[in-house]
Design a protein around this ligand. Structure first.
Ligand code: ADP
Length: 357
């Protein structure tokens, strides 16, 4: 797949403030990228430059081969109408136009209006009953869905979303995220700013900014991360049981396609392989230990506090282990009185909150 977006040594200064400071990365067509980082780290600035809403101080941002900063006013208007679909936290709908007219306005800027297609776009986001409502007659979630329909109407190459769920309650957030997932599934390229780790996990890659600089790029999807966790956990448990962690054993304990997974974990510096025997590196062991701890704590919580039956606790715990944050991990552990073993009698690796043993 060719690169749809190329960002090269991009910097943006506002007076003394370095909003972006030499950021370089590229995005392939069809990728979903989450842009993350604390407030003020330059996320919005980056999105605005890519969308031609701002001009960088230095460096280049190419979208579909076009150097956005080199476009004149006319060129920029065309570029935005043809290549970009924007979804903002504040929706930015025209207040005196109906939902349908807001979508048709985007068509007008692109080429010509097509009411049938605009209605179809609104129906797709679940607003078939709201064509003639003004933005103020719509809930926040509905307004954001109009914005998504508007972003899609011209079949843009790139969807730029800046905290698209930032102003939504949980159920509307779920609707908008489901729409984004569908769009990604259909091959759209999405760059999305988000604060929420749970949303960031859905993306193919996460690009993390800190003080305007690229702090980290993480590659794996949530499904991949869970598969990594599962394999690392199995290697840890094998060693705990005094067995040799081998590929064949991983396969038997339900790890799918362990050879590919092991290769990726090797690349990430989490595993080493001697013959067919696996061993954890220091960082692999630390991650495996955290997963095992979270899982066993979750089992304890479910069995002791909620009296969930053993087998059911097992299956819930293996979902919990991926979503318990370090902070929650310590709170659960403290709440349970720092248990030493899981309900099956296996050791719970101690955490930072645990008294020295
Ligand atoms: P984020 O989206 O990560 O919260 P922004 O890209 O909005 O961060 O801002 C990055 C930095 O640039 C911040 O320190 C912010 O105050 C500054 N900044 C952003 N836009 C402007 C502007 N138009 N004028 C002056 N400073 C700005």
């Amino acid at each position: 797949m060719p690169d749809l977006v190329q960002v090269e040594d991009l910097s943006m200064r506002y007076g003394n403030v370095r909003a972006l400071d030499g950021v370089t990365f590229s995005v392939k067509s069809g990728e979903w990228i989450a842009i993350m980082g604390p407030s003020g780290s330059g996320k919005t600035t980056l999105i605005n430059i890519l969308g031609g809403l701002d001009t960088p101080t230095s460096g280049r941002a190419l979208v579909d081969g076009t150097d956005v900063a080199r476009l004149n006013e006319r060129g920029l208007t065309r570029f935005r109408a043809e290549k970009i679909g924007f979804v903002f936290q504040q929706f930015h709908l025209v207040p005196y136009l109906t939902a349908l007219e807001n979508v048709m306005l985007a068509q007008y800027f692109h080429s010509t209006t097509d009411e049938k297609e605009a209605r179809e776009a609104l129906a797709r986001v679940g607003l078939a009953e709201r064509f003639h409502h003004l933005p103020r007659q719509l809930s926040g979630g509905e307004q954001q869905r109009v914005a998504v329909a508007r972003a899609l109407i011209n079949h843009p190459k790139l969807i730029l979303a800046d905290e698209p769920t930032g102003n939504l309650d949980e159920s509307n957030e779920a609707v908008v995220i489901r729409l984004l997932r569908e769009l990604h599934g259909e091959g759209h390229t999405i760059l999305m700013v988000t604060h929420a780790a749970s949303i960031g996990q859905l993306a193919d890659r996460r690009i993390e900014l800190a003080h305007g600089r690229l702090a980290q790029i993480t590659v794996a999807s949530m499904e991949d991360e869970e598969r990594f966790d599962h394999l690392l956990e199995q290697v840890w448990i094998s060693a705990e049981e005094g067995a040799t962690p081998e590929l064949s054993r991983m396969r038997r304990s339900g790890v799918k396609d362990p050879a590919t997974l092991v290769a990726r974990l090797k690349d990430l510096g989490l595993l080493v392989v001697h013959d067919s025997e696996l061993s954890l590196t220091t960082s692999g062991a630390s991650r495996a230990r955290d997963i095992v701890r979270r899982r066993r704590l979750a089992e304890r919580l479910l069995t002791d506090t909620f009296s969930v039956a053993d087998t059911e606790a097992d299956s819930h715990a293996c979902k919990f282990e991926h979503i318990i944050s370090p902070d929650l991990d310590q709170r659960i552990c403290t709440f349970l009185g720092h248990p030493k073993t899981c309900p099956h009698g296996n050791p719970i690796p101690p955490g930072l909150c645990c008294p020295a043993r």
